[in-house]
Design a protein around this ligand. Structure first.
Ligand code: HDL
Ligand code: ZN
Length: 416
């Protein structure tokens, strides 16, 4: 159908965005093989680390007192502090309300115990199906870290998988703490030493290949500090160039760089204690330029890095920009970044991932982002409609399919 006016355009964009089945390329969710590592239900939702950080701004209990509480006591404190004693309009609070509303619960009751009842008779398998259906997510990518003992044992044991859940090989410990973690590779039978000799580098490549064989990951990923630089005289730089890059190319497994995390700025907040720093885009440019046959997925955590990242993506077709990550996953910044990306890169981006740590969050993270992305898309199509450009509804559907997943899957297939 040809779109004749902005009324028809708005309807076509909203329908395409509402209906598209998403590939969510970065989450912290797990298949049921991993048992309790998959977090779900209202108490996990309310104790999401974003809400812990926000709660600790209001209360005077010590961090240790908080961490000593049970999960339910933590949720009760957070609910009372952020939802009852204050209005829950921060994005993380609003997200909880969106989930409960989409599940059909009586939000007006404000009764956390009543919400808990909803989950009492739910199995995790039923809830996975329910959440993926409500969120409109057809595939999601996990974060799989072989250095996490609780996770490794499942990969080495009875992992069966779920075709909706794809693996990603996460290698922060290898890159960011080689001086400590080389010992673990040694324990696992890799003949490595702290000094990066040729034979150690070869063994690191064997480690990567073994885990690619085991996990069949859609990409290898690492979160990296603002100081992440390649090339430099460091173990991280050498492992990136002499291990990650060759294996990524040989196995056609892109390297996802998530750059700009300042770990444990407040260590007492534990998982909620990380912060953000501006990073050096020249490392992204260096790697994309020097390794044109390698594929790089990149998201950066600082707002200040976003424009230069878009410009870098204009220079390198082997760079695919993705997501409004973490402290950027808020309506005002999602809109700013999405406008910038569509204006500089057109549909050749992955505008969002959820980063969901709790299964239920898929519902709100995608509901909120779909709306914002649809609004920006409507503006961009309106601009070209106004020039007399003919817009067909199936082209809108085509473009929307690409930005909500198709670009990712075709990036994996491309040969540079
Ligand atoms: O490193 C990462 O993948 C980050 O997303 C962290 O897990 C962070 O704690 C987070 O959950 N951000 O949303
Ligand atoms: Zn994450």
């Amino acid at each position: 159908m040809v779109i004749r006016n902005t009324y028809e355009l708005r309807k076509a964009v909203d329908k395409a965005v509402d209906n598209v089945q998403v590939t969510d390329i970065h989450t912290h969710l797990f298949t049921t093989d991993f048992g309790d590592l998959l977090l779900w239900g209202v108490d996990e939702l309310v104790t999401y680390h974003y809400l812990i950080a926000e709660t600790m701004r209001w209360v005077d209990i010590s961090y240790d007192e908080y961490w000593a509480m049970s999960k339910q006591e933590q949720a009760d404190l957070i609910w009372d502090t952020l939802f009852i004693k204050n209005s829950p309009y921060s994005e993380a609070c609003r997200g909880v309300l969106t989930v409960l509303e989409k599940l059909g619960l009586d939000i007006a009751s404000r009764d956390l115990n009543a919400f808990r009842e909803y989950f009492k008779n739910m199995t995790v398998e039923q809830y996975i199906d329910k959440v993926l259906e409500v969120a409109g997510v057809k595939n999601l990518v996990m974060t799989n870290d072989p250095f996490e003992d609780s996770e490794r044992k499942t990969w080495l044991g009875n992992y069966k998988g779920d075709e909706r859940f794809k693996a990603a090989l996460r290698i922060d410990p290898l890159l960011n703490a080689w001086d400590i973690n080389y010992k673990r590779l040694k324990e696992w039978g890799y003949d490595v030493y702290q000094e990066l000799t040729e034979s150690t580098l070869k063994e690191i490549r064997r480690f990567l290949n073994d885990w690619i064989d085991r996990m069949n990951p859609v990409y290898m990923a690492a979160s990296l500090p603002p100081a992440f630089v390649v090339p430099e005289d460091s173990a991280r730089s050498r492992i990136v160039e002499e291990c990650i890059i060759p294996v990524s190319r040989e196995r056609n497994v892109p390297f996802a760089m998530m750059i700009g995390v300042k770990k444990l700025t407040n260590p007492y907040l534990r998982v909620a204690g990380d912060s953000v720093g501006k990073s050096d885009i020249s490392t992204v440019e260096y790697l994309c330029a020097k390794y044109p046959k390698n594929k790089f997925l990149v998201t950066m955590l600082a707002r200040e890095n976003q424009h230069e990242l878009c410009v870098a993506a204009r220079k390198f077709r082997n760079l695919l920009v993705f997501g409004c990550w973490w402290f950027l996953n808020n309506p005002s910044l999602i809109e700013e970044m999405t406008r910038m990306r569509f204006e500089l890169l057109g549909p050749s981006v992955i505008p969002q991932h959820s980063d969901a740590r709790v299964l239920d969050q898929l519902i709100y993270k995608w509901s909120h982002s779909r709306k914002i992305i649809a609004d920006v898309l409507f503006d961009k199509y309106s601009d070209i409609l106004a020039t007399g450009w003919i817009i067909k509804e199936d082209e809108i559907i085509r473009d929307v399919e690409k930005i909500f997943g198709g670009n990712f899957w075709s990036f994996l297939e491309r040969q540079f």
